[in-house]
Design a protein around this ligand. Structure first.
Ligand SMILES: [Fe+2]
Length: 302
């Protein structure tokens, strides 16, 4: 089963309808997909990965292999409640904390800032396409996520270090993501990410040509009233390599009030007699507009 690939270069041409349909299906049935031709320069993405890998080698690797996590695996103690990962979190929006993180070089900060600016544009574009596919106004998701300075954006930078006993531990245990739209720049060689689909774990291969992998979080599931899914995923450790994962979260701000988009909800609390009356006039039309009318009536906007 191949994960859906959304070719962004087709969004302005004849194939737009096809691509939009593919995106809608990916959001409904997979909760994840790959984006190709996203127009973020390969050179920038390579630099982000290079700088992060360098930071890991110089600052995190040694301490990871000396950590309690590594020791407990050596002793083959119970490892079902730990994750074999070395990670840290950066906030970009509404306010950046990147220059407060110890030992991040100015070069790395600048590269990340440049990358995140492009990634916010891509996330906003995606949020518009998803809103459109859901039949909502273009800015719906963006507005639902935003405070006075737009939506929140953060990045979890992680390495899943080479692991001597991969059968004993997870890189990251099974979970769904809390937030909105997650954009992942990941390793081009070492595998490990898996998504659960139709009762099976699907291996997400390493990303070639800097394709960006996207998945949707719990808030997209709630906002779409369950039409789009946040899907369970995990990371398996690798015996032969360390996997890089740079996952950026386009999320609601902390104070955002989230609920299913009213347009996507079934009508409720109406009088059946009113429905029948409306039905008599609209029986041979589509039920969607009828549901909308009865919803408006029940809400007093007749
Ligand atoms: Fe996740």
């Amino acid at each position: 089963m191949a994960i859906p690939v959304i070719d962004f270069s087709t969004l302005n041409g004849d194939k737009r309808g096809e691509t939009m349909a593919l995106l809608h299906e990916a959001c409904q049935k997979w909760g994840c997909f790959l984006i190709e031709n996203h127009e973020i320069e390969g050179k920038l993405l390579e630099k982000v990965k290079k700088e992060i890998n360098k930071y890991y080698e110089e600052n995190l690797k040694e301490s990871f292999y000396k950590s309690e996590i590594a020791k407990s695996l050596e002793k083959k103690q119970n490892t079902c409640d730990i994750d074999w990962e070395s990670s840290f979190f950066i906030w970009h929006r509404p306010a950046s904390n990147i220059r407060k993180i110890p030992n991040l070089s100015e070069e790395l900060c600048k590269t990340m800032d440049e990358y995140i600016e492009k990634l916010v544009e891509l996330a906003e574009k995606l949020s518009e396409l998803m809103s459109e596919n859901l039949g909502l106004e273009k800015e719906y998701i963006k507005k639902a996520f935003s405070g006075s300075n737009g939506a929140a954006m953060g990045t979890k930078v992680a390495k899943y270090p080479e692991c001597p006993f991969p059968e004993l531990v997870r890189g990251l245990r099974e979970h769904t993501d809390a937030g909105g739209i997650i954009l992942l720049l990941q390793d081009d060689k070492v595998p490990g990410l898996e998504f659960f689909k139709d009762g099976k774990w699907i291996e997400i291969p390493p990303s070639k040509n800097n394709a960006i992998f996207v998945n949707t979080g719990d808030q997209i599931e709630v906002l779409s009233n369950g039409l789009y899914k946040s899907v369970v995923h995990r990371v398996m450790p690798d015996k032969n390599g360390s996997r890089l994962s740079i996952a950026s979260f386009y999320n609601p701000v902390g104070e955002a009030i989230i609920s299913p988009a009213p347009k996507l909800l079934y009508p409720s609390n109406y009088c059946y007699g009113d429905y029948l009356e409306l039905y008599g006039k609209t029986k041979f039309g589509e039920k969607g507009p009828r549901f909308e009318s009865i919803k408006n009536k029940a809400n007093g906007h007749y």
